[in-house]
Write a protein that binds this ligand. Sequence first.
Ligand SMILES: Nc1ncnc2c1ncn2[C@@H]1O[C@H](COP(=O)(O)OP(=O)(O)OP(=O)(O)O)[C@@H](O)[C@H]1O
Ligand SMILES: [Mg+2]
Length: 357
Amino acid sequence: MTDPILKLENVRKSYGAVDAARDINLDVAEGEFLTFLGPSGSGKTTTLMMVAGFTQPTDGKIALEGKPLDPIPVWKRDIGMVFQHYALFPHMSVAQNVAFPLEMRAVAKADRRKRVDEAMDMVGLAGFGARLPKELSGGQQQRVALARAMVFKPRLLLMDEPLGALDKKLREHMQLEIMHLHKNMGTTVLYVTHDQEEALVMSDRIAVFQNGRIEQIGSPLALYEAPETKFVADFIGETNFIAGRVETANNSTARVRGMGGQLAGALDNGTAAVLAIRPERLHLHSANTGGHDNILTGTVKELIYLGQSRKAIITLEDGTEVVALEHAAQAEITALEPGHSATLSFRSKDARILADV
Ligand SMILES: Nc1ncnc2c1ncn2[C@@H]1O[C@H](COP(=O)(O)OP(=O)(O)OP(=O)(O)O)[C@@H](O)[C@H]1O
Ligand SMILES: [Mg+2]
């Protein structure tokens, strides 16, 4: 990475006995769309608020373009913000709302007008300037909030669950709009969501938060294909876990219950581990045809037809339930009924072996 535009070093925030952020280290590249993803209470908002300047870190350093942020007051930081509950000023017109950050920065009136028009145009709301926020739909209000955050062309744009209050269809539409705006403006974006699909769709990289820490950071592909912990494998997408102990490990591969997988991190023989395998990587057969890296056997519990795919829930001999996903376009959907015995195969390179913590 070239010099990061934003750098967090050993950042910590405690509220009395609660450690909201424990030890956050993060380099954000210029122009990047980086998402904080994690369960409720994991420290996403706290971390964003420290970057924004609304919350002071208990410890650690935050620097924007190499300069420490802490001496700079919120309104002087070159940072735009959008929050979950679009807090537009209700008594001000849409145009006045969007002009507000420019006024704060003492931009001349003529220039202000031009930039407000540009920003309104950018979010597809040209001509709406004279309305009050309450005269707009939820999605339109959210777009005004976006225009207000971007009108002064900040170096950094922070968004905390900006689409949380919108219905699914509007949310998907706004996701695409935000992605297009990001692409066209080249602004660096820090985005918070607890919706993993939203994170996968929108982000260059995702930082998965748990318990005030970043558990793993990487591209959507890396997080999905190569989770480093059981938590990340479970949080992003659907995963089958088969519990056991690490057997015959070398640097990169190991076995669990006689089945092979890629080892995540250094795990000694005998360590409690799970073999993690995605449903679409488990192949279903009505009989053991042989020639597979790994085989599991069990009984069909349920078959769920999903149109473009079929989900099979299989109970293994020890009672573990696993899910296999078959794509409808594959040559032949395996002929099976609930109660039938079934064989599942998978390739060792498609399975991950993770510490069972
Ligand atoms: N002002 C505060 N005083 C005390 N505790 C706080 C304060 N703000 C946050 N916390 C605690 O810090 C932890 C992290 O909160 P934070 O708001 O960062 O979570 P989050 O990841 O944004 O969650 P959500 O997805 O629910 O928004 C939580 O346990 C929360 O209760
Ligand atoms: Mg939050």
